[in-house]
Design a protein around this ligand. Sequence first.
Ligand code: NAD
Length: 1621
Amino acid sequence: MALADVQKVSILGRESIHCGFHLIPYIVATVLETLPSSTYVLVTDTNISGLHLPEFQTAFDERKLARDARFLTYVVPPGETSKSRQGKAEIEDFLLLNSCTRDTVILALGGGVIGDLVGFVAATFMRGVRFVQIPTTLLAMVDSSVGGKTAIDTPHGKNLIGAFWQPEYIFIDAAFLETLPAREFSNGMAEVIKTAAIWNETEFGALESRSAEIFAAIQTPSSNASGRTLTTRSPAQQLLLSVIVGSISVKAHIVTVDERETGLRNLVNFGHTIGHAIEAVLTPHVLHGECVSVGMVLEAEVARQLGVLGQVAVGRLTRCLRAYNLPVSLADPRIASLPAAKGLSVTKLLDIMKIDKKNSGPQKKIVILSRIGATYEQKATVVADSVISKTLSEAVRVVPGIPSKSPIRMATPGSKSISNRALLLAALGKGTCRLKNLLHSDDTQVMMNALIELKGASFSWEDEGETLVVQGGEGSLSVPPNGKEIYLGNAGTAARFLATVCTLVQLSAPGERTVITGNARMKQRPIGPLVDALRANGSDIEYRESPGCLPLSVAPAGLKGGHIQLAASVSSQYVSSILLCAPYAAEPVVLELTGGQVISQPYIDMTIAMMRTFGIDVVREVDPATGKQLDVYRIPKGTYINPEEYSIESDASSATYPLAIAAITGTTCTIVNIGSASLQGDARFAKEVLEPMGCTVVQTETETTVTGPPVGQLKALGLVDMEPMTDAFLTASVLAAVACAPPLEGRELADGSRPTTSRIIGIANQRVKECNRIQAMMDQLAKFGVETKELDDGLEVYGKPISELKEGASVHCYDDHRVAMAFSVLATVVKGTVLEEKRCVEKTWPNWWDDLSNKIGIEVEGVELSTSASVASASRPADQDSAASVVIIGMRGSGKTFIGQLASSALDWSFIDADEYFEKKYQLGVRDFVQKNGWPAFRAAEADVLVELLNSYPSGHVISLGGGIVETPAARDLLKEYAKKGPVVHIMREIDEVVKYLEAESSRPAYGEPIIDVFQRREPWFADCCNYVFVNYTGVSNGSAQPDEERATIGKTFSLIAPPATSIRDEVVRFFNHVTGQQPNLAPNGAADRRSYFLSLTYPDITRALPHIEQLTAGVDAVELRVDLLRSPKDFDKLGPYVPSVAYVTDQVAALRSKTDLPIVFTVRTVSQGGQFPDDAEKEAFTLFHTAIRLGVEYVDVEITWSEKSIQDLVVRKGHSQIVASWHDWSGNMAWDGKVVEAKYRIAHAFGDIVKLVGKANELDDSLALYRFVQRMRASSDAKPIIAINMGTEGQLSRILNSTFSPVSHPLLPSKAAPGQLSFAQIQTALNLIGQLPARRFFLFGNPIKHSMSPTLHNTGFEILGLPHKYELLETETIGEIKATLASSDFGGASVTIPFKLDVLPLLDALSPEAEAIGAVNTIIPQRKADGSCILYGDNTDWLGISRSIRTAMPTSMKHPEAALVIGAGGTSRAAIYALHKLGVQRIYLFNRTRRSAEVLANAFPDVEVEILETLGTWPAGGPAPTIIVSTVPASATTTDPSVKNALYLPISMFESATGGVVVDMAYKPAETPLLALAENQGDQWKTVKGVQVLLEQGYEQFQLWTGRRCPKATVAERVWSAYS
Ligand SMILES: NC(=O)c1ccc[n+]([C@@H]2O[C@H](COP(=O)([O-])OP(=O)(O)OC[C@H]3O[C@@H](n4cnc5c(N)ncnc54)[C@H](O)[C@@H]3O)[C@@H](O)[C@H]2O)c1
C-alpha cells in the first residue's frame, strides 16, 4: 500500500513537487530511498521543532535502521533575523563540526526564512550539496520553495546575497497548515490570489467564491492522518490542495519557461512593485503578503487609471483579498495605526521604488492586469511616476477646463437596487440572460455565491467582466450539501431576497434544511415581518439564534402560495422578496400588505416593473368603489423568461455629476440608460433642476442629454423642492453656487430675496446621511466664498460669478461620496480645488476619478496632503458652547428629574421638566393626553415641545426629557444634532432599579408592554443620541438612598470614622461642572509650577481597592485606571492580551466615582507599550476611549501608535477632558538626547494636552539626560506639560524629578504598575533630601489652646504624605509674637483661633472673598512668588467646615432648607451665617443672650435675611421651624434643665420641624453637649454633628490650602478622634 496519495507537479522537467496531507513518513521514505547519503541534516526553527520534529525523528529512526545513516537536526530561532550571514555561518559551523561531507542531504523544514537560508547553505556548502524543501507555511509552499531562489539578508537590504539552487524535492504537506497561525495563512493566500489573478480566471473564481471552505480546511484539524489517502480526504482538504497545487503549477510553469527571471517570470511580481515599497517602510510589523495585497489593489488601480482594466476586475480583486482577511488599502487600521505608517508618503514610496532591483534604471515597472487572469503584456510595463503618484495619493486636484471628450456618451455605474433584482430574476428565469452594467458590489457577489450554492443558476463573465452571463435555473434549487450554511456577510438586500428564495427549495433528502447566516451585524438586522408572513403561509422557518434575525433554517418544502399577509411598514425589501419568488409558489399568490403605511412604494413598483420585463405580470388591486389602488397584489404562477440581454439602468444619483459638468462647462453629455421611463427619483434632476437653470435637456424614455449654457450663464433656481430626489441636492447646490443669472420667469422668489438665490427645500433627511450634508455643503461652499443660509428643510445658496469664487479651496469630504463628487463638479471651473479624501467615492462609483479623466476628459492630479493641512481643514464641530443647556435623557425611573435638579443647583442654572412644560402647554397631563389622542399624536406633540425647548432655552438650563422621547426618529435626529453643540446626558441606571421605582409610579401612562422590552429597545437609542452618560450608580430618586443612610449613621453615632463616600450629589457636581466646562474637574496641581501625581490602580476589579481608596490616594492628584488590566469576574484568570467589555469598564468607572472625585486617568496600555491590551484592537480601544469621554473621565491616555484618524476623531470629541498622548520604549535603547525621542514628543505634542514619554534607564545618566530633555522642551514657546520618566530602578531619579503627573504606587497596592515606581511619600522624602522641598513650620495662634486637636490633625497629615513639615502651638497673649513668627523664612502657614481671628487682619496683605465677607480669618497662607517675594494671605475655612458637615448629614431630599437657627453671636457665628447663606437657606434665625451683639452681627450681613429671636424656640409669626440648628456657644453655658440658673435653657420646641433636620454644636467639650443630647432624643429624623467633626472639616481645608494636597482624611480623623476621646 502506498504511504500516501500524492499529486506530483513537474518543474524544470522533473516531477519533483509532491503534494498531499500528512506526508512525513512518505517524505522520509522517499528521501532515504532516492537520495542515499551518509548524513541527513534537518534544519528548522523553534516554532516548528516543537510541533513536527518528533514525527520526523521517529520516521527516520524507524526506517534508517537498514542503513547506517545519520539523522542530525539543527534548530534556529524563528523569524527573518535568522536569515543572515551569521545564521548561515552557524549552520555551516554545525555541519563542519559534525563532519558532514559532500554527500550530505539537507532538509529545510519551515517557512520561507528556513527555505531561503538553508537553500543558500546547501548551495555553497562544499560547493553545493543536495537539499530538500519541506515548506510549512502557505507562502513557502506556493512561492518561496518553488523556483530555486535562495538568499540571506544583510543590513543593506533583503535577499541581497544568494544563489539559484534547485531542491531535489519539494514536499508540500498541507496538513502543516493546520498549525500555522491564521495571519500567516492569509499572508500566503496573497500569493495564491496573485497567481490566479495574473494567470487563471477559473482558479480566481474558485478563490473568490469559496473562501469560507478554504479557511475551514485549515481550521478543522484532521485526526488520524485523515487526508493522507484519497479515501480519507475530505472535500475541504481536496479543495485546499487543489488551490495550492493550482498555484504551484503556475509558478512551476513560469519557472520552467524562464528560470533565471528574464521576462515571463516578472509577471509573478504583480503587486510587488508598490507592495515592496510599502513593505520597506512597514517591515517587520506588516507581513510580506499583506503588503503585496495592498500593492495588488493599488497596481490594479494603476491599470484602471491607464484605461486598461475595468472597475469590475478591481472590485473582484479587492473583495477576494478581503475575504482572506488581507488589508486592501493603506487606510486599513492594521496599517494606519502603526507609527511607521506615518512614513508612507507618496514621495517616500516612489523613492523606494526607484531602487527596486526589478526596475531598469529609474523607470518604474508594474505588472498591468488587463482582466482577471491575464496581463496587458507578457512582462512588467513601464509606468510614469505621475500615474503611480496619483494612485497612491489620498487627495486629488481637479484641473479646470472644458471636458475634452464632449459631446460625451457614457453610462454611470448600475443602480444597486436594480442590479440585485435583475440578478435574482435572471437566476430564477428560463434561458440565458446577459446582464450589462451590473453594479459589482458585496450584495451582488454574495447573492451570486448563494445562488451557486443552491444550484439555482450558473454565472460566467464576458467582455472582461463587464457582462455577467446568467444561465437561469428556472426555479430549481437544492439544499447545499453536507449541511453547509450559506454565508451572506452583511449584505442586507441579499438576506431579505434570499429568505424567500430558500422556501422555494424542493425536498431532496429527509431532514435537510437550508441555512442562511451572516456576520455579527447581519445577525442583528431585522427580518421578522418577512419570516412571520412566510410562516403564516405554511413555510417551516426557524431562527437559529435570536428571534427576528438571521441565521434562519428553512425547510425545503416549496412555497405554498395563496393568500399571504405581510406587514410592510418596515422595509419594502420584504415585499419585493415575496413578489420576486411568488410565481414559483404552488398556488397563485395574493399578497396583501398590512400595517398601515407602506414604506418606499417606488421600490415595490420597480420590482413589479422588472418582473414584467421577465414575463410575469403582477396586478395591483383597485377598490372598485373609489378607484383607489389597494395594497393587494395578485401574482400569477409562471416561470420568468429571460430576455437575451438586460441592461441595468445606471444609478440616477450618480448620473447627476456628469450631467452637471456639462451644465457648468457649457458642454454636452448623454447618459445612456437613464431616461423619462426611469423608476428612480433622481432621474428627474435633468428636467427639474438643470432645465430651469438654463440647460437644454433632451430626455427619451431611456436616455438623457444635457447641454449647458455658455460658461457663467447658469440661472438661479428660485424655489426648488427636491423631495423626490434628495440625494441630488448636493449637485444642485454646487451649480447654484455659480448660478447668478436671474431665475426663469415665474420662478423668482417673491419675498425680496436676492435674485441669485436658489432655495432648495424638501431635503431635511440629508442631515442624517453619511454626514450632515446640509451643514457640509454650507461649510465647504464657504471655502469658495459662497454664501448660504440654512433652512428647516433645506438651504439657500446665493450664486456668484465664477471669477469671484475663491481658488485653491481644499474640500473636506466627510468620507461622503456625494460630497466628493459634487465638489468635483465645481472644481471643473474653479482653479486649484483639492478634494481631500478621494477614496470616499468607492461607495457608489469607485472609478469616478478615472472616468472623470478618461471618459469626460477633465484632468485629475494626485495631491499629497501634509498632515497638518489635513488636520487643520478637517471640519471639527464648533467647540461646545460652555453655557449650552444640558439635555437629560434616559429611561423613566432612571433618576432624570432628581439628577437634573441636583445638576441645576450645582450649575446654578434653571431646571425644566419637559413633562411639566408639556402639561402647561397643552393644559392636559401626559397620561390624559395619550388617553385622549393616542400615542402617535403624543409622540408628535412631544417632539414639538423638544424643538421649542431647545430653541427657547439654548443656554443656562437643565432640560429633562420624557423617557419615550427617543421613540421617534425625528426626535432622535434633533437630539443628535443638539449633541454637536451641547451636552445630551443619558442617565443610566440598572434596569432592576428602574423597575422597582416604576412599580410605585403612576403619573405617566402605562407602557402596555414589559418594561424590560421598552428598556432593551430604547437603550441603543439613548446611547445613539447622547454625548455623555451619567451612571446613577447608587442613587434612588426619592431621597432615601443608601448613601444618605450611610451618612446619617456617621452623623448619628460617629461609629464610622472614615469620611463618607462621595455622595451622588458630589458626583453630580463634579460631572456636570466638568462636561459643561463650567468647572472642569482637572487637577489643579497640573499647572506648570506645581508637582502633580497619579496613583495607578492595577486591579482586575478595582472595587477591591475601594475600601482603601482614601489611603491609597493620599497626596495624589488623580487616579489612573489601568483599563487594560481590568478583567471581568468570569475572566479573572485570563492572562495575556484582553479587551474588557464596555459595560464592565463603565461599571468600574462608576464604582470608582462613588468613592472618589479625584480626576481619573483612563489608560488602555497595549502589549507592545508594556500593557495587556491587544495591539491590533484599535477599534475596541477607541470604543473604550469614547466611552471614557462620555462618562466625563477627565484624562484619557492615548498611545501615539494608534492611527491618526482615530486619534483626531477622539480629539474632536474630547470636550473638556484632556488627552495624555503617550509613547513607551521598553527596549532601553531610546536615547533622551537623540532624534527619536524628540520626534515622538512632536507627534504627542500635536494632539495631546499632556505629553507622556517613557523610556528605560540603564544608568543614572539616562535620567539626567531625560531631565535635560524635559528642560529643553519646556523652554520652547509652545511647551505642553510633559510626563517623562525612565522605567527601572536606575530610572527612579526621573520619577522624583518629574513634575507633571508622576505615576506613583502605594505600599498597599498588590503590584507596582511599573518597575521602579515609588510611592507619593517616598518621592516627597526624596525631594526634601535633594533640596527641592524645604521643611516648613506651621502654627496655631490662640489662647488657650493647650488641648487643641490641630497639631494631631496636621502633623498626621504631614507624616502620611511624607512631607517634612511640622505643626506647633503658639500660645500667646500678644500679637507681637505672632508678627515675628509670620516673618520667619520657614513659616509655612497658621491656624488662628480665639482671640485673634479679627486681630490678625492688619498683619495680612490680602484676604479671600470669604474671609472678607465673614470679617474674620482662621487661616494664614504665605504665598511665595517665583521672584522670592512673599505675601500673607488670610482665609476662613470655618464656614466650609460648618457647611460641609451640614451637607454631609443632610438628607438628599432636603434640597433647599427653608429656615435655620444660629445660637450665639461671636466670631464663629459669623462663619455659621455665611455657611447657611451659601447652603441656600432662605431664613436664618439668630438668638443671642445679648440682643445687641446679635444686631451687630445681623447688620454685618446686609444681603442675608437674618431675623433675631426674642426667645429661643419660638419663631416669628408664620415663620417655619428651622431644619438646621448651629450652636456656637460653649456647652457649659447651656442646659436642658429649666431650673438651672445662669445658663441658656434649650427648649424642646426647637425641634418642632416635622421633617427633622441637622443640629451642629461647635463646642467640643464635652463630646456629648446638652444640645446634642437633646437632639438625639427627638427621633431618627434629627441628625447631629459634633464640634470635632467641624474642626476636622475646616482643618482638612487648611491643610490643602497650605500644601496644595488633599488631607488624608481617614487616618487623620482616626488619630484625632482617638486623641480626643
Ligand atoms: N525564495 C523566494 O522565492 C521567496 C519568495 C517569497 C518569500 N521569500 C522569503 O520568505 C520569507 C518569508 O517566509 P514565511 O512567510 O514563510 O515566513 P517565516 O519563515 O518567517 O514563517 C512565518 C512564521 O510561522 C512559523 N511557522 C512556519 N510554519 C509553521 C507551522 N506549520 N505551524 C506553526 N508555525 C509555523 C515560523 O516559525 C515563523 O514564525 C522571507 O524571508 C522572504 O524573503 C522567498
